[in-house]
Design a protein around this ligand. Structure first.
Ligand SMILES: Cc1cc2nc3c(=O)[nH]c(=O)nc-3n(C[C@H](O)[C@H](O)[C@H](O)COP(=O)(O)OP(=O)(O)OC[C@H]3O[C@@H](n4cnc5c(N)ncnc54)[C@H](O)[C@@H]3O)c2cc1C
Length: 407
């Protein structure tokens, strides 16, 4: 290959560049990123950075002077605007065109907004370092009334951090329980109980009708007319993959880029990685192609996409990317970990601890293990990774749980 381009200068894109170099590609390598920032880690944005405990420099994925060893043509602060697969080129917002032989797309995802969300001061989303610093400034003195819309992981992490800074915090969720998408209703309720114990008002089953205020937000209006007063509103209603720049490229788009098992996008020499990918994960054979929004997946897919690009450029077969999704979340003193996939119809079995505090639980369906949840039980989750990868039976999972708790 004469020139590899990676679009998206965050976790998946950087891991792709590092892997290309580690695996021996020493030709020209361009990394394009819409943000003007040296790539950084996002998980602390709702935790230590938001709390003001960590400086921004601490979350860089590589120190500025460490980039030299990757010998990148680093194009930061410039957005890719179009992909032309016929002439193997990418158009950038500054008018330049990059011609590639190999391409990795890692443009991630961006927060969703409320329908017809007015532009009011004090209303924020949280995805970037700048947004985290802006939100920190709004809540740092602990006097703001903070309303978080959406009881997903990021919304609840923000709620916990704002509460720990002393703010009065209300979380509004349309579904009947928090964390339903990640953990299911029963365990979502159990896990989020830590918020009630710490003075966060968690209101589920309420529908937001709109925002109140002139110039600056003053409240969140619910269906039925009630207004929840707010000085700061955090909209945490999920993310949408950044595929707009690929419209018209011929790639198959559908809540992400539809890829094959090896993360190829359907065009030779073009792979994708991270939050933007939808792919058939052989670790979950009965499931539809999935998109995963977790740190570990983005890091692993960045490396896998790069390895497959190099392999195919040499005429070798690509390797299917198969993985058991894993994520963690920190809320107050709880470290939540989940490995596998939760479905609404799963049977859940708490095998150690109590749902009033710290515990671990198995998720299963049809006689098979599908996931494992731990709340501040670090040694009870990862040991199930191998069982999940080999589609272990529910009975084998119960036996493993028994052995872990006996030991
Ligand atoms: C606040 C927060 C907390 C999180 N906490 C956790 C956690 O505790 N545990 C966990 O497992 N995961 C967590 N995550 C999720 C994790 O950070 C993501 O899964 C990961 O960042 C995905 O990496 P990515 O490289 O695929 O995409 P992204 O990190 O979204 O990066 C994509 C990059 O591409 C750039 N880009 C977009 N469009 C273009 C374009 N057209 N041209 C050029 N560049 C473009 C974007 O600006 C961005 O820099 C958290 C995420 C957030 C936001």
């Amino acid at each position: 290959m004469q020139h590899v381009v990676v679009v998206g200068a965050s976790l998946a894109g950087l891991r792709a560049c590092e892997t290309l170099r580690m695996d021996g590609y020493d030709g020209p390598l361009t990394l394009v990123g819409a943000e003007a920032e040296i790539p950084y880690d996002r998980p602390p944005l709702s935790k230590k950075v938001l709390a003001g405990e960590w400086e921004a420099e601490r979350i860089r994925l590589r120190k500025a002077d460490d980039f030299a060893s990757l010998a990148l043509d680093l194009r930061l602060g410039v957005r890719a605007t179009a992909l032309h697969t016929d002439r193997r080129s990418i158009a950038l917002a500054d008018g330049t065109e990059l011609v590639y032989d190999g391409l990795i797309i890692a443009t991630g995802a961006s927060p969703r907004h409320l329908p017809s969300q007015p532009a009011l001061d004090g209303v924020v989303t949280l995805r970037t370092l700048q947004e985290s610093l802006t939100l920190h400034a709004l809540i740092a003195d602990g006097t703001a009334r903070v309303v978080v819309i959406g009881a997903g992981f990021i919304g609840l992490e923000v709620a916990a951090t704002a509460r720990q800074l002393g703010c009065a915090v209300t979380v509004l969720e349309g579904l009947p329980a928090p964390l339903v998408r990640g953990l299911g209703a029963q365990m979502g309720t159990a896990v989020a109980a830590v918020h009630g114990r710490n003075g966060v008002q968690l209101r589920c089953g309420v529908r937001v009708d709109g925002l109140e205020g002139e110039g600056r937000v003053s409240g969140v209006r619910l269906e039925g007319g009630e207004v929840v007063p707010a000085d700061v509103v955090v909209v945490g209603i999920g993310v949408a993959p950044n595929t707009a720049w690929l419209e018209g490229s011929g790639l198959q788009l559908g809540d992400g880029i539809v890829c094959d098992a090896s993360l190829n996008v359907g065009v030779p020499g073009v792979y994708a990685a991270g939050d933007i990918v939808r792919w058939p994960n052989a670790a979950f054979p009965g499931d539809a192609p999935m998109r995963v929004e977790h740190w570990t997946n983005a890091a692993e897919q960045g490396a896998a996409a790069a390895s497959n690009l190099l392999a195919t450029s040499k005429g070798d077969e690509p390797t299917p990317f198969q993985s058991v999704p894993f994520f963690w979340s920190d809320q107050f003193d709880s470290r939540i970990q989940f490995i596998g996939r939760a479905h609404g119809d799963d049977e859940v079995h708490v095998f150690t601890g109590s749902t009033d505090g710290n515990f671990a639980a198995l998720y299963g369906h049809g006689g098979k293990l599908r996931g494992v949840l731990g709340v501040s039980m670090p040694r009870m989750v990862m040991p199930f990774r191998a069982l999940l990868a080999e589609h272990a039976s529910w009975d084998d999972a119960l036996a493993k749980a028994g052995a872990l708790t006996a030991g």
